[in-house]
Design a protein around this ligand. Structure first.
Ligand code: URA
Ligand code: SF4
Length: 253
């Protein structure tokens, strides 16, 4: 048996480390309300979009009737459950990650592990909470051993993400990490070159073309490379998003 004092000290140290990891630049801002804003460039919307009051039902229906029972790709055979995504169906801001990990596969919720804790802090630093935004992934089932999703899996799952984005019709999309960024922007350029610069969603499906996209580092990458530079890069990307959404920037940062 290990020395109880030593193990207490160890867990205290771990707690402090986690607090330092997740604190730092991402301290909560004053609560921000989400005003209606005019973007510099408004995407052209096709007629027949989903009315705000019908969005929740449209997303629920897709989740219940299609995603939860989906067997379109091999990941259906290894998942515990699907991870549709969650948040405000009328969100002006959607975060897109790559795919569920172990925690997400176990709970059915996106970004609920360690990377998710950091994402929650990042959203808090913007003066928002998870329920103000929508969080989802390119694939809805966990790739075994957390490998990157394969291209046939991404293709099979693609229509769900397209429809989620069409229904929500966000003002801004934040793509996190290479797989989500490269797929949504249809580019081979790396995240290091793309991040920090506004991009435009290509016309991937009706009414999606032109939505402003801010690529940023994946929170799991930030955790692995927790340098002041990487943190301030992400924070600067998020501040650009806040500016476009008309959110008030924290005064001291
Ligand atoms: N990483 C992702 O890309 N998505 C999640 O939901 C969790 C971790
Ligand atoms: Fe269906 Fe997507 Fe899951 Fe594949 S990853 S089984 S396409 S929901």
């Amino acid at each position: 048996m290990s020395d109880p004092i030593e193990s207490l000290t160890k867990s205290a140290r771990q707690l402090i480390e986690i607090e330092q990891l997740l604190g730092g630049q991402f301290t909560p801002a004053e609560a921000n309300s989400l005003p209606e804003v005019q973007l510099p460039k408004q995407p052209v919307r096709a007629a027949g979009g989903v009315a705000p009051e019908d969005k929740a039902a449209a997303l629920d229906e897709m989740n219940e009737n299609e995603v939860k029972v989906c067997t379109r790709c091999g990941l259906a055979g290894t998942r515990t459950q699907t991870v549709f995504g969650e948040g405000d169906p009328n969100a002006g801001l959607v975060f897109v990650g790559e795919g569920p990990g172990q925690n997400e596969d176990e709970t059915g919720r996106p970004f609920c592990g360690r990377a998710g804790e950091l994402l929650t802090k990042m959203i808090g630093a913007m003066g928002l909470s998870r329920s103000d935004v929508f969080i989802c992934n390119v694939v809805k089932c966990r790739p075994p051993q957390n490998r990157n999703p394969m291209s046939d899996e991404v293709e099979a799952c693609w229509p769900y993400l397209m429809r989620q984005l069409q229904i929500i019709s966000p003002k801004v999309i934040v793509t996190m990490g290479n797989p989500a960024t490269q797929k949504l922007l249809q580019t081979k350029r790396g995240i290091t070159r793309l991040r920090g610069n506004w991009q435009e969603l290509p016309e991937l499906a009706d009414s999606l073309g032109g939505i402003p996209v801010m690529p940023t580092f994946h929170p799991a990458y930030v955790l692995r490379n927790y340098s002041p530079q990487v943190r301030s890069d992400v924070w600067s990307d998020l501040k650009q998003v806040m500016t476009v959404l008309g959110l008030e920037l924290p005064k001291d940062k």
